[in-house]
Design a protein around this ligand. Structure first.
Ligand code: ATP
Length: 394
């Protein structure tokens, strides 16, 4: 349909970016980006008319989209409203090809109309800069000026132009590099990684919402610990999540050491992630030991203690959510409760944790945390899960 309407309007159109990457990787994809040499809005409206679906136009940006009708994973103040009416189930975004130039103090570029090459030049990574032609003369042809296909094969994240310029122009791309590496299980090419280390302070000009958006995608990846290790080695963790970095390191007194709570937390995060895709459960795992540095004491008789760290950790959750611009709603209270219970309820559900099962259990337990904790301590298996539920209901 897009190809037909583009031909009727006499504009050239290409599928570009993440959809092309995911198509080659055989990864499911939720959005399709179309770039055309001409007005993206006119093309979107023509496609919307033919498919009989609504079109949302962003006049100021010169873009338009056919909305998917899906709720976003995490609703923030910047989330677009979900329109009523028929939708495609996919979000299709249309934009005219553009050329961008940047000033040093802002992420907002100066935008001009451009060619397909200009548009590919402004992309963040080689694997995100590939296009597929929707035009009659070369329909289906891959347009890959920076070797993105080869980088997919080599499992490498690399910037199309000089990494220092790419990251200086838009420092959010440093987070995106680590996010894509974590989601795809790729390496970051050494020059690209070195540039992140060098430019890390530039992240300060990026809004916290966007940083957290990328962080959440790292947390939702198959093995989130990899992303946190990359953030640590790049020197970005200090800026975006200093409380987590405080967990790092082992102190030894009189020959007695404690475990490194940073790596321990990442291990727990991976373990929980193997069993659940729920973002908030994963956040609880990440925060479950967060108050250990503040409660750490050395007792010559018993060694290291962290008395009361669960309660203090739960108290720190709202502050961390506020700082990260995460929603201060029932999701936060769920995380707080799990931190206070030190994730023990997770032991209740031995198989894949459907978040609803756990949530139900916590809601049923209400404020009778004592009872829930005692039950959890007994390391209840799924076999007597029903009995536990009944007990909690009573
Ligand atoms: P996902 O949908 O999983 O987030 P994606 O690659 O589709 O992956 P988007 O953020 O939707 O990511 O961006 C779509 C495309 O737009 C990217 O593939 C990339 O080509 C380009 N892009 C997005 N953000 C940037 C950026 N900050 N700098 C340069 N190019 C970007």
């Amino acid at each position: 349909v897009v190809a037909r309407q583009a031909a009727a309007l006499d504009v050239r159109a290409y599928v570009i970016g993440g959809f092309v990457r995911d198509l080659i990787l055989k990864r499911p994809s939720k959005d399709i980006d179309i770039v055309c040499i001409g007005s993206g809005i006119d093309l979107a409206e023509a496609v919307g008319r033919e498919l009989k679906v609504p079109v949302v136009v962003f006049k100021n940006f010169g873009t338009a989209m056919l909305p998917s009708g899906r709720e976003p994973d995490v609703v923030t103040e910047e989330s677009k409203p979900v329109p009523a009416g028929p939708t495609l189930g996919w979000e299709v975004e249309f934009v005219g090809a553009r050329k961008e130039s940047y000033r040093s103090e802002s992420r907002k570029p100066i935008v001009e109309d451009g060619t397909l090459e200009d548009d590919q030049n402004r992309r963040d990574f080689t694997i995100n800069a590939m296009g597929i032609s929707l035009n009659e003369n070369d329909f289906g042809q891959l347009l890959d000026p920076f070797g993105g296909l080869e980088d997919l094969r080599r499992k490498t994240i690399r910037t199309p132009l000089s990494p220092a310029i790419t990251f200086s122009d838009d420092p959010l791309r440093m987070m995106r590099a680590i996010r894509f590496a974590t989601q795809l299980g790729f390496d970051i090419e050494p020059d690209t990684f070195d540039a992140i280390v060098e430019m890390k302070d530039r992240l300060a000009i990026v809004s916290r919402e966007r940083i957290t958006d990328e962080l959440n995608k790292i947390i939702l990846s198959p093995k989130p610990s990899y992303g946190f290790k990359l953030l640590y080695h790049a020197g970005l963790l200090d800026f975006i999540f200093p409380e987590l970095l405080l967990l790092k390191g082992v102190e030894t007194i009189e020959g007695k050491g404690h475990k490194d709570n940073f790596y321990h937390t990442l291990q727990v995060l991976d373990n929980v992630s193997e069993r659940s895709d729920d973002l908030w459960l994963r956040w609880a795992a990440l925060l479950h030991d967060i108050a250990k540095p503040a409660t750490k004491r050395f007792d010559p008789k018993v060694g290291w203690t962290f008395h009361g760290h669960e309660d203090l950790g739960a108290k720190q959750v709202p502050g961390i959510f506020r700082q990260m611009k995460l929603p201060l709603n029932e999701k936060m209270r769920f995380v707080k409760k799990l931190v206070r219970l030190h994730l023990r309820p997770i032991a209740l559900v031995k198989e894949q944790i459907t978040d609803s099962a756990l949530r139900r259990l916590l809601i049923e337990a209400g404020d009778d945390l004592e009872a829930l904790m005692n039950l959890c301590r007994a390391d209840i298996t799924s076999k007597n899960y029903d009995r536990v539920k009944k007990h909690l209901a009573n």
